[in-house]
Write a protein that binds this ligand. Structure first.
Ligand code: DAH
Length: 325
């Protein structure tokens, strides 16, 4: 066997399939030339095997080295020739692509769901088109009550009695009608009012929360709201509770917040103990159960958190503004 000729053929292999064929001829498990030689060792006398063994192993190493070296140079040749045939440089790293991210409103809402979720609050979604019944009257607004003027409402053409919901509070009613106490729920979403200036938009976001149980108190409400605001806005946040009026709560409260080195109290949320009439409207016995409810404005909280001056910047789609968050 002219092994030297094989070494020459290996060195001259023009491409990897030629090289693979040679490798198979020599080392193939069945009838590979060298494999067969190595098998013969088993039939030899010990002295003969020793001498032949050393010889064959040296040969085997030479052939293997030659194959490995040729493989390496073929790969190299392939890449170098790409320079002419295909000027794309596969080793060049590209400039980083810009990545998008969630808008700060849905991002904040996810955070809200997460923080309240960990305190056992279920997330509910209501309808953006709501009946007057749910938007107002089941929430204890009286038909001719001045409170109806509190909210400039969008009525829907050709759908008497339907409105774009003016707050997320009607979700309280839907939720209490379809669940039994004890319950804890938050419901983030869009709400609509006929307002438009630097601090009012015809569409904005709120999240409502409620908790109903055998003896839920104002203290529970304060604890839950403070805990959540510390996680959502700032750990050093302070609160001030003032009495206020909303038809669906009694007592009704408004909450002011301040944090960091700000001296100013900012009004952020309406809340209170769910009015007995509202509980009756959803067939919950106010003698057995009590509950609290609150309604936060999402944009308002974000404006305070990030020091944003104009509400309209949330909706303008200016990526230089949005990319800051
Ligand atoms: N729905 C009220 C509004 O949009 C906010 C509100 C006040 C919600 C008191 C509540 C509450 O749940 O208890 O102005």
């Amino acid at each position: 066997m002219d092994w030297q000729q094989y070494i020459v053929s290996i060195k001259q292999a023009k491409n990897s399939s030629e090289l693979d064929a040679l490798e198979l001829q020599l080392f193939g498990r069945k009838q590979g030339l060298l494999t067969e030689e190595l098998k013969k060792l088993g039939t030899m006398s010990p002295e003969e095997r020793k001498i032949k063994g050393i010889e064959l192993n040296a040969l085997k190493k030479n052939l293997e080295d030659a194959i490995a070296a040729r493989k390496q140079s073929l790969v190299h040749a392939t890449f170098s020739s790409l320079k002419e045939t295909d000027p794309l440089d596969p080793t060049l790293s590209l400039p980083p692509q810009p990545h998008g991210h969630l808008h700060l409103i849905p991002e904040f809402i996810r955070h809200v769901e997460d923080v309240f979720g960990r305190m056992g609050f279920d997330t509910a979604r209501g309808n953006e088109i709501e009946s007057e019944e749910y938007n107002f009257f089941k929430l204890n607004f009286e038909k001719d009550h001045a409170a109806l003027d509190m909210q400039a409402t969008f009525w829907i053409k050709d759908q008497p009695g339907n409105v774009l919901r003016t707050h997320t509070s009607p979700v309280q009613i839907h939720y209490m009608e379809s669940h039994t106490p004890p319950m804890r729920m938050i419901c983030p979403g869009k709400v609509y009012r006929r307002d438009s200036d630097a601090t009012h938009s015809p569409m904005f976001h709120q999240f409502e929360g409620l908790m109903v149980g055998p003896d839920v108190s104002v203290a529970n409400m304060k604890a839950i709201m403070s805990e959540a605001m510390r996680a959502l806005i700032a750990p050093d946040i302070e609160f001030r509770f003032r009495t206020s009026y909303f038809p669906f709560v009694e007592p009704g409260l408004e909450v002011d917040m301040k944090f960091g080195d700000s001296e100013k109290w900012l009004e952020v949320v309406g809340c209170g103990m769910i009015h007995p009439n509202v509980l009756k409207n959803v067939k919950i016995d106010p003698k057995k159960f009590s509950g609290f409810a609150f309604g936060f404005g999402v944009e308002r909280l974000l404006m305070i958190k990030h020091g944003i001056g104009d509400l309209r910047s949330f909706y303008e789609g200016n990526t230089r503004f949005l990319a800051q968050f």
